[in-house]
Design a protein around this ligand. Structure first.
Ligand code: ZN
Length: 337
């Protein structure tokens, strides 16, 4: 099979950043480190170098370039790994030869074209990085087997004092251990974490976000979206239950959204005005919208931008000393009830 890959294509493949390849493989890179795929790793030992575009495991000694990485991780031959990279990074493998080689390449190209058209709209995230769609089927099955662990219940119900019925309604679950973010992925979501499903207005799962519950001292991001996912508006599945006249609270994130719900409001979260696309604007226009903006520059900025989109949006001032709605809920609302 190796003869199907010409040297021109090969040099294109070798030029793809190994970091992007690791991301595409769902390896959960952190500061150029990941769990090794060659031994049973518990602490990220596999290190990536951008200068050489290679990786090396400090524990078992395994290493290689981006093609070796795909071969090892996906258990593919060299030529299969090259084809995998061509498809995932939309590289067409040349067309100057005859026979079955041409056919193989033609087929690969068709797959790449199909994939390209399928995900053209969400190929770029805010940082301009290459993206694919999240593996929703996998995420759905992953969520089904899970419930709230003791650690998550402690965080949500005792520390944050959120009302369980809303958390269950939002179908939040959790994991104590690190788990994969897509079908062929290694560990991606760090344990212990909340697993927060995002739905569209019809209740279809769009993606999952994790919220890390471990020690703050560890170098782990607090929030992580499933591989191939981008940030999005949270809680749209509530809209069919909200009448046009009924107040709908806009918050900045999931936790504030759950706090608003625990205060008795129907709520969604819009972390950034740029996430409010045309569909979202249509769904929210004409509604009775309210906001308690965070008392910081981004919070007020978000309010101003949303106010331009929705002139009816009502501003509510948080009491002095409260930085966000969760804070308000915990320090005033809970005691009042
Ligand atoms: Zn290793």
């Amino acid at each position: 099979m190796a003869e199907y890959i010409d040297s021109n294509t090969l040099s294109k493949l070798r030029a793809i950043s190994i970091l992007e390849v690791a991301d595409e493989l769902g390896m959960g890179l952190r500061y150029h480190n990941a769990l090794c795929i060659s031994h049973n790793d518990t602490h990220p030992s596999l290190h990536f170098w951008t200068s050489t575009n290679t990786c090396h495991c400090f524990a078992c000694g395994w290493g290689g370039d981006n093609i070796d990485l795909v071969m090892k991780r996906e258990n593919l031959s060299f030529s299969e790994a090259c084809q995998w990279l061509c498809r995932r990074f939309n590289i067409s493998a040349g067309n100057h030869s005859a026979g079955n080689r041409k056919e193989v390449l033609h087929r690969d190209k068709a797959v790449a074209e199909h994939r390209k058209s399928e995900c053209d709209t969400d190929r770029l995230n805010l940082r301009g990085e290459f993206q694919h769609k999240p593996d929703v089927d996998y995420l759905m099955r992953m969520l089904m087997g899970k419930k709230l662990t003791d650690k998550a219940r402690d965080f949500l119900f005792y520390q944050r004092k959120l009302r369980p019925e809303y958390i269950y309604w939002c179908r939040v679950v959790s994991t104590d251990f690190s788990i994969a973010g897509y079908r062929f992925g290694g560990k991606f979501f760090d344990g212990p974490s909340l697993l927060i499903p995002y739905y569209d207005v019809h209740g279809n799962l769009l993606t999952v976000q994790s919220r890390y519950l471990g020690d703050k001292t560890e170098e782990k991001p607090r929030f992580k979206f499933a591989p191939g996912s981008k940030p999005m508006v949270y809680g749209m599945q509530i809209l069919p239950q909200v009448t046009e006249k009924e107040p709908l609270v806009i918050t900045e994130g999931c936790t504030d959204c759950w706090s608003a719900m625990s205060m008795g409001y129907k709520a969604i979260a819009i972390p950034s005005a740029t996430l409010c696309n045309e569909e979202c604007r249509n769904l929210l226009s004409g509604r009775n919208l309210h906001m308690w903006p965070d008392q910081d520059k981004p919070g007020i900025g978000l309010y101003m931008k949303l106010k331009e989109m929705f002139p009816q949006l009502v501003y509510h001032q948080l009491p002095e000393g409260c930085k966000d709605l969760s804070d308000y809920y915990q320090s005033f609302y809970v005691q009042k009830m």
